[in-house]
Design a protein around this ligand. Sequence first.
Ligand code: SF4
Ligand code: SF4
Length: 144
Amino acid sequence: MKKVYAREDVCIGCRLCEIACIVEHSISKDIIRAFKQEAKRPARNVVEECGPVSFSVHCRHCDEPPCVQVCISGAIVKDPATEIVKHIPEKCVGCWSCVMACPYGIIKRDTDRGKVIKCDLCPDRDLPACVSACPNEALLYEEK
Ligand code: SF4
Ligand code: SF4
């Protein structure tokens, strides 16, 4: 399957990928409304920085996902057709087990709603929003 891969050699830590993720998963998909009017939701990736080095961390859509294994309500599943690890908000009870289980620390808490948020690879788009937004091609969407 295609996944998002980061290239730290050209990432400048601008965090446009995080902004694009928030807008893409907003109700309006409008940057002003998403940030000024809608309830703030965390981005589904996170840019890590240490000195001059930065890179964006993404869900790996693992082959044997620990998040799926620990979910007590069946709210995270690996789609056998697409291999995407999906979160089903209606089933999420906000126990945060998956947050602790993910070795990449990439599942976010949405404390307002008492549910988690995770990468869905932007099902409405050909290219994930974070990849499209990167000015430096520091994110690649490809099969390896
Ligand atoms: S959320 Fe974490 S554990 Fe689950 S598939 Fe993504 S990287 Fe793997
Ligand atoms: S938009 Fe690109 S360059 Fe900027 S932080 Fe994200 S990955 Fe790095």
